[in-house]
Design a protein around this ligand. Sequence first.
Ligand SMILES: Cc1cc2nc3c(=O)[nH]c(=O)nc-3n(C[C@H](O)[C@H](O)[C@H](O)COP(=O)(O)OP(=O)(O)OC[C@H]3O[C@@H](n4cnc5c(N)ncnc54)[C@H](O)[C@@H]3O)c2cc1C
Length: 394
Amino acid sequence: MTETTRTRVAIIGAGPAGLLLSHLLAEAGIDSIVIDQRTRDEIEHTIRAGILEQGTVEVLRESGASDRVLTVGSRHEGIELRFAGEGHRIDFESLVGRSVWLYPQHEVLKDLIAARIAAGQDLRFGVTATRVDGAGTDRPSIVATDAGGREFVIEAEFVVGADGSRSVARAAVTGSATGGYFREYPFAWFGILCEAPPSSDELIYSNSPDGFALISQRSATIQRMYLQCDPELDPNSMSDRQIWDDLQSRVDGHTLIEGPIFQRDVLRFRSFVAHELLRGRVALIGDAAHTVPPTGAKGMNLAVADVVLLDRALRALLLDDDSRLLEAFPETALRRIWKAQHFSWWMTSMLHSTPDASDFDRLRQLGELRSVVESEAGSRYLAEAYTGWPLAGR
Ligand SMILES: Cc1cc2nc3c(=O)[nH]c(=O)nc-3n(C[C@H](O)[C@H](O)[C@H](O)COP(=O)(O)OP(=O)(O)OC[C@H]3O[C@@H](n4cnc5c(N)ncnc54)[C@H](O)[C@@H]3O)c2cc1C
């Protein structure tokens, strides 16, 4: 017979969205179970996002989830936009009085996992959700299999799909696994990790005739850099020398510090927003609800913004039997999601070259970049969006 476990909130996905939601709900005394198909080790060692908005850092710190973001992470008060052989600093502090923090996503996950385990919360690795049932009832459930292949059911008062871009929960909310607004891009990022000191104190976003490059940092000894590439590129097809020459040519006028490359990956670009975020007592948050191209550094931050909203809505529903915030959740969340979609698309299209770009397109793009760096209003919009709009209730 299939075993059934009961909890108040059942969450699929121990990424930033699922773990943070569980952490915030526990603060209000609401129990949850979080399941993830991956092992703890895999989750804690997958390199992904690196830039945290100021609001994200405040949520992590004030909820007690992470103080390390302030001690191990580094505060960045601006970025450089580079084009036509010159760098232009966008000074976040002077433009909007806000900053971002460089603190890798897997460090956020280590902090959240440690906090969940220290609080004795139910966090299960190696458990795969196969479907969500009963969205329209007051007892929705997750059907899952454990590492040994045994099927079991988690029945809850509310189910949350925080299961990333290949969400299985999405079908229960939108009626199909892919139901949403979608856009693909004709390029990808070739990302490397290398052993070298930082080539720059702040991130450099560079538009060049050969394509986009991003010079970013990880620590005093490890750096993360990206090159625009063909989505079909085999990451092992380029030699280290070719990678460094390509990177260097794309940040013309700024000398890079080279070092051994020890990780390579190709990251495809997509924009996606699910048609619905809520059905009955099942909600989607984070990448399950939306995906953005990484140029605006919005993915993880948008997941945190969803969590802040859903946490408040679930507290009202489960502690006060008040469903108004939950009913408003999709519309409120979507306002920010579409602003972030626009910002991510805009940064992407302004900084990358498309395979079919004409001379007109290329010169227009330079005009657009000049409109940003030579206008305080243009620079302020970039600074405001990059550092993040205020989070609900803050
Ligand atoms: C290379 C790269 C760079 C990025 N840079 C940035 C950046 O600088 N700033 C930023 O804000 N964002 C960035 N992002 C995006 C960011 O990493 C994601 O938006 C973020 O991880 C979303 O969090 P999430 O919790 O919604 O989903 P995820 O982190 O994808 O977590 C979902 C979890 O669900 C689990 N899962 C999936 N299906 C199932 C299932 N059926 N059963 C059980 N578990 C399941 C997965 O194993 C996973 O652990 C980047 C992404 C990449 C790939």
